[in-house]
Ligand binder design. Sequence first.
Ligand code: PLP
Length: 362
Amino acid sequence: MARATRAIINLHALRDNYQLAKKQAPDSRAYAVVKANAYGHGVVEVANALSADADGFAVACVDEAIILRQAGILLPILVLEGAMDKAECLTALELDLELALHHLQQVDWLKDLDSGVLKVWIKVDSGMHRLGFSSSEVPALVSQLRALSVIGEIQLMSHFACADEPSNPFNLQQIKTIQTLEPIKLNWSMSNSAAILTLPQAHGSLIRPGIMLYGASPIQHQQGADIGLQPVMTLQSEVIALHQLSPGETVGYGQGFLIERPSIIAVVAIGYGDGYPRAARTGTPVLIKGKQYPIAGRVSMDMITIDVTGGDISIGDTVTLWGTGLSADIVAEQCNTIAYELFCQITNRVKRQYVGSILTNR
Ligand SMILES: *Cc1c(COP(=O)(O)O)cnc(C)c1O
């Protein structure tokens, strides 16, 4: 049989997670954030699975939006970083994309366009200091944009720096900054997954759920299941070798694991070449036959080694790295990272298998 390394993507869970986001913010529209190949889940399959329910999609760049349009997605698409040059502004018009505007240069590119109607989102820097105009610049910018023939609806967007820490007072400070713009009476959007779950006063007219769609927690020290989310990606491989080792022997690169008692070490066909994080240290759990076992020694490119001493493990047994039965949030914490990065890093060598029909039965 072929190498068993696979990411099983549960599209039912994806749709349920989207509905959970909608339920949190019943008066807002929700654009499903599908940037970075839908956080590694496969953007075309994810977008198709959500297209009967979603109000629209958000991607990072125009190239990602083109993939969705080529796949036949007709719903609104917001480009979160906006256009990178004038040609992308033209593409946005042709493909009916909504562009974020975070810089005056992007406004200049629009000045020369005369036909079409472009929806734009002024990116307001409410404190993150990554992209956007300061709130004091916004009123004049709105007037400037209204004078351009190509500009359709103008809306505001902003982004939280610390929404994953619900008690951080900086969140309220950022909301206040957006509220100072109320007199100009434009719709606004500022909620990522964490804010959707914890800051109802920040829901605005449009929410932008990303990580929660994929079932992982956007909030520090919580797991997706604590919030009622279901894992979408289950990453699996299988045991391809077993070794009985004695005290004093060592396992893997750098002799990374020292055997201290008679042990059984299982070799599993997944490594950092598949996107399994090399940062996963000894002790990081994997799931075999419903039981957790620890990684023993360094992650290699194509394999990992697991201490399965005392378990009834055979060659060919399925190993779950994260997903159903083992939260990606737990694995991420062991690797000093977040589930976002684990998902995005899964490489093309890993086959994606989709379960749950792509088309809804509506
Ligand atoms: C990625 C992104 C989101 C989604 O964030 P999650 O934490 O994954 O929900 C929302 N808004 C912007 C601007 C983003 O870049």
